[in-house]
Ligand binder design. Structure first.
Ligand SMILES: [Zn+2]
Ligand SMILES: [Zn+2]
Length: 278
């Protein structure tokens, strides 16, 4: 029994040129997933970008001015209409939810509050950005200036700050986002080397009453220690998210992730589309 995929990008995300909400629904049904929650990006942090990152952003249709990337706002009306169309077409076979992935909400309380009032079914909170000289940069870009381990430590401190904020989001996305881009200049990445920082972030998350996402995007092997630490921190619930940016990767590794979640002490409820709980 597979869980719902609660972290999916579509054509409404600026970084998902191959996204298709309709094809994502069809793929989810093909896989036997009970539900899908779209979580297109709502980012507000202006980012200082490297030349390499600027070239990629331009390639996928974004704009970089003076070395700074300003994310485009989500077209909430168009996006919600698109979700409605998918509900009308696929709703008999698939629970289709309209969510957003809200980037760095603790840094943008006004924008975050406005989106929270827009009636989304789920808001997934993400740290994407870290402080840098001149403003903020994507965590991936900080490796150019800092030792590998320092980037992960700064990232987890920022996650802790975000989950301790009153920002309105129900699930913490990709706690190991910075680790995805680990360059390995001082050795391989091991989450055990950051156990204290992970446990601090997970404790803060558990205290906030929010859920932890198992991100199965494939950047990193699935990490059972994160789930064990989450359970030990008193975490109540988990969400499964492929972080797919195209329909092909919906539900990626969900069989393995579900097994891992059960081993760590989490179970599905009677509503197969809901979060799993301890
Ligand atoms: Zn993200
Ligand atoms: Zn995402």
């Amino acid at each position: 029994m597979l869980p719902a995929d609660q972290h999916v990008h579509t054509q409404w995300s600026g970084d998902a040129p191959a996204g298709s909400m309709r094809d994502a629904c069809a793929r989810a049904i093909e896989l036997g997933l009970p539900g899908i929650t779209f979580t297109d990006h709502a980012d507000h942090t202006k980012l200082v970008v490297s030349d390499e990152a600027a070239a990629y952003i331009r390639e996928i249709g974004g704009t970089v001015t003076g070395g700074v990337f300003e994310p485009q706002p989500l077209d909430v009306t168009g996006y919600l209409q698109c979700v409605e169309q998918c509900r009308a077409e696929f709703g008999g076979k698939l629970k289709v939810r309209a969510g957003i992935e809200l980037g760095d909400p603790h840094l943008h309380p006004r924008e975050a509050a406005a989106l929270a009032g827009a009636g989304f079914d789920l808001i997934v909170g993400s740290v994407h950005s870290l402080r840098c000289p001149g403003g903020f940069a994507d965590a991936a870009d900080r490796y150019a200036s800092l030792p590998d381990a320092e980037v992960v430590r700064e990232y987890l401190a920022e996650v802790t700050a975000m989950v301790q904020s009153p920002a309105d989001f129900a699930v913490l996305a990709h706690i190991n986002y910075a680790a995805r881009y680990w360059p390995g200049r001082q050795g391989p990445y091991r989450s055990a080397d950051f156990e204290g920082e992970y446990r601090a972030a997970l404790r803060a998350l558990a205290d906030s009453g929010r859920a932890l996402e198992i991100n199965t995007s494939g950047w990193l092997p699935l990490d059972p220690s994160l789930l064990t630490w989450w359970h030990e921190a008193g975490g109540e619930a988990i969400s499964f998210g492929s972080d797919a940016h195209d329909p092909v990767t919906i539900g990626r590794e969900f069989t393995a992730a579900a097994t891992m979640a059960k081993t760590a002490g989490f179970e599905p409820g009677t509503d197969r589309t809901a979060l799993w709980r301890r």
